[in-house]
Write a protein that binds this ligand. Sequence first.
Ligand code: DC
Length: 222
Amino acid sequence: MTQQTIPVIAIDGPSASGKGTVAALVARELGFHYLDSGAIYRVTAYAAQQGGVALEDEPGLVELAHKIALRFDGVEVYLNGAAIGNVIRSEEAGRAASQIAALPALRAALLERQRAFRQAPGLVTDGRDMGSVVFPDATVKIFLTASAEERAQRRYKQLIEKDFDASLAALLQDLRERDARDAARSSAPLRQSADAALLDTTNLTIAQAVARVLQWFREAKA
Ligand code: DC
């Protein structure tokens, strides 16, 4: 199998849409690899903060992106060999990730790192530009979303489960700001591309969303 023939399911969408949960379950069901591309932006921002690199310092961030060693093992992320736990899952870490994700040179520096996850028997990945930029030849491209209110509820539950403090009103405001920034940037903005199927999960259970993705994948392969 050459890398180009390895199937990819690309799931893009806004923050807290549930795309990560759906993508991970689809990967498990198919026995495919899973890439949470948002975690790459989150870890890079975290590494910058740890290493004293300013979040506006594009050349500094690019250098850092080439230098850091990153490894995923289930939900755990290792930065330069050390497990970093939940620190990258906070709202602050999400905001920092969104800020550096607007820098085109940094996005370019992270491209090959993301493409390296395309390995047999297949890859399920989630992010903002998986179908449009990173894997333009993906087998299935999905734009997974839900209403802002529903997403704020989902994020709230997720944070409380991880023992983070959270306020629903603050989360809703933060989500709206993050969506606006991710959609307004000139480099790979958040938007449904013409060749991506829309999956609105506002009124779907996780199992229903997973089943829909699996069905589209089977149809695309047939
Ligand atoms: O999916 P997430 O919330 O973990 O992503 C964190 C931030 O990273 C998000 O606000 C935008 C950015 N991001 C991106 O620009 N491109 C991706 N493929 C994934 C995430």
